[in-house]
Ligand binder design. Structure first.
Ligand code: NAP
Length: 234
């Protein structure tokens, strides 16, 4: 069945690939992007519709909600993909500015966008929300000396994704008696602008788990943290 799907930060990287795959599956895809020119160009490539959306800007969020409401009156899939990664050195040298900026996008932006779109998601018979998190947000994995992620030692980005994981689980509890499912996904280490293309996976490989959780059937899980291989520890 054709769904109305919004992907935030969809002008490039994993978000673009997620939007492309959903469009290929026949869904009506809204490419959320903060920059109009880049957003329109991306949307045109995949026959999708551009929606101006800066997840840190309340006016932009409310204009996007109004536009979606006027055009479709419902939202079936929300992929909270927009994110930034500022690795700001070891914890004792953390920059508070970097910390605030990162949380503004990676946590507060997602809460703001999700809550503003909730009336439209509630109108869907089976809404799915996917929060694009990261395995570096897993306290279990990053604190395990046997895991390669143990080498990572910074506050801003990992903490923003741990906080997003917690938020995902809390939303799932509130929404458990509704048709809405919400899950956090880890795309793996993908070559994108976020990491100067140092990742060993493609953006398309990273997008697949977001698409999978966005198109879950009614028997699918909610309140989980997953990647391609299965459930990840929080
Ligand atoms: P990317 O290529 O840098 O793309 C990030 C996207 O987010 C861009 O479209 C960017 O827009 C958008 N964005 C940033 N701030 C925004 C804001 N305030 N409002 C709206 N859009 C905003 O990075 P990516 O690797 O595809 O990252 C996508 C998601 O995957 C992020 O949440 C990231 O944390 C997560 N992730 C990535 C990896 C990886 O290895 N790449 C691993 C784990 C998780 P502009 O073009 O305007 O900057």
């Amino acid at each position: 069945m054709t769904k109305i799907a919004l992907v935030t930060g969809a002008n490039k990287g994993i978000g673009f690939e997620t939007a492309r795959l959903l469009a290929e599956d026949g869904h009506t895809v809204l490419v959320g992007a903060r920059d109009e020119q880049r957003g329109r160009a991306a949307a045109e490539k995949i026959n999708a519709r551009f929606v101006q959306l800066d997840v840190t800007d309340a006016a932009s969020i409310s204009a996007a909600v109004k536009e979606i409401d006027t055009s479709w009156g419902v939202l079936d899939i929300l992929i909270n993909n927009a994110g930034i990664g500022l690795f700001d050195g070891p914890p004792t040298k953390s920059s508070l500015d970097a910390l605030r900026q990162t949380f503004e996008t990676n946590l507060f932006g997602i809460v703001a966008v999700t809550n503003a779109l909730m009336p439209l998601l509630r109108r869907s018979s089976a809404a799915r929300i996917v929060n694009v998190s990261s395995d570096v947000g897993s306290i279990a994995l990053t604190s395990d000396p046997a895991n390669p992620l143990y080498q990572l030692n910074g506050v801003s980005y990992p903490a923003s994704k741990s906080a997003l994981n917690m938020a995902t689980m809390q939303y799932a509890k509130e929404l458990k008696d509704t048709p809405i499912k919400i899950n956090a996904v880890s795309p793996g280490y993908c070559a994108t602008d976020l990491n100067n293309h140092s990742g060993f996976r493609t953006a398309e490989q990273g997008a697949r788990i977001a698409v999978k959780m966005a198109t879950l059937g009614d028997d699918g899980p909610t309140g989980t943290f997953v990647d391609d291989t299965g459930t990840l520890p929080w």
